[in-house]
Design a protein around this ligand. Structure first.
Ligand SMILES: *[C@@H]1O[C@H](CO)[C@@H](O)[C@H](O)[C@H]1NC(C)=O
Ligand SMILES: *[C@@H]1O[C@H](CO)[C@@H](O)[C@H](O)[C@H]1NC(C)=O
Ligand SMILES: *[C@@H]1O[C@H](CO)[C@@H](O)[C@H](O)[C@H]1NC(C)=O
Length: 253
């Protein structure tokens, strides 16, 4: 077994109050160094300091925008900070959700192209960097690494305001499935998670009532989603999950 410290890269951390933040905190506790990607340095400061001050090791990697060029470029910085001499990338989470929610006829051609260049294209760029790195890894406990995608209800179902958002999410799901098939045979585990319901993030807290916040039957706790991610990461290679779906107990679906 190597002396190298395991590294997790999380893209789509936002301000740290959702799934990306919870996953980063959980794996930091499990002994992983954490590379945090979000738009804007300010949003990353709080969660980086929080992880560092609770004996974890996190570093912020702010990007200007989610696009293929920014996402590819940020990996150069990540591997400067966490070089192969000290760290080995073991987990990567694509947790980015860019959304245009509009009636079909209100959607402009620019929005169509921006949505794809800010969601699908950077998901391809992220996967490329991660898979290239994973291919250098030794197989440990059956795997070279785990690439996780956070999906949504829209990954499998369109709806009246989601023709564009859902098309992007379907594309990311298709990418993850294709990668799972192509790279599973190289012991790279690719997982797609359909998150079916509202997540208790700070944004949702601000939009909803205190009763909503307290009722664990109707919203997903991001810490609980992180535990599900920890579970799939630990799966034995003879029984790997590609797709997981998670929803609160009382969700109508
Ligand atoms: C995240 O942003 C919201 C406002 O959208 C704010 O209320 C909250 O305190 C922020 N959370 C963190 C962890 O910085
Ligand atoms: C803590 O945070 C900084 C970034 O602000 C990072 O570069 C540093 O390596 C982190 N880790 C520790 C253990 O202090
Ligand atoms: C990041 O994206 C912005 C906006 O499109 C662009 O101006 C900038 O050059 C990109 N940076 C890198 C390093 O690719």
């Amino acid at each position: 077994m190597s002396e190298l410290k395991p590294l997790i890269v999380v893209a789509g951390v936002g301000n740290g109050s959702g799934t990306g933040g919870s996953t980063a905190r959980l794996f930091a506790k499990n002994g992983y160094s954490v590379a945090l990607i979000a738009r804007g340095a300010d949003s990353l400061k709080k969660i980086t300091d929080e992880i560092n001050s609770s004996e974890g090791d996190a570093a912020p990697f702010a990007i200007e925008a989610y696009n293929a060029a920014n996402v590819s470029a940020v990996f150069v910085k990540i591997f400067e900070k966490f070089p192969a001499q000290t760290h080995t990338l073991r987990i990567a989470l694509w947790n980015v959700a860019e959304g245009v929610f509009k009636n079909f006829l209100s959607i402009t051609p620019e929005e169509v192209s921006t949505t794809f260049s800010s969601s699908v294209a950077p998901a391809f760029a992220f996967s490329r960097e991660v898979i290239l790195k994973f291919k250098e890894n030794d197989i440990v406990d059956g795997t070279r690494g785990t690439l996780l995608f956070t999906g949504a209800t829209a990954s499998v179902r369109g709806n009246v305001l989601t023709s564009l958002f859902s098309a992007g999410k379907h594309a990311e799901r298709a990418l993850s499935q294709s990668l799972a098939k192509e790279f599973g045979r190289q012991n790279i585990h690719v997982v797609h998670a359909i998150i079916d319901g509202p997540i208790l993030t700070d944004n949702q807290r601000n939009r909803n009532t205190k009763e909503w916040e307290k009722n664990e039957d109707i919203r997903l706790d991001p810490d609980a989603i992180a535990l599900a991610y920890q579970y799939v990461v630990g799966q034995h290679r003879s029984a790997w999950t590609w797709e997981l779906d998670l929803r609160p107990a009382h969700e109508k679906w």
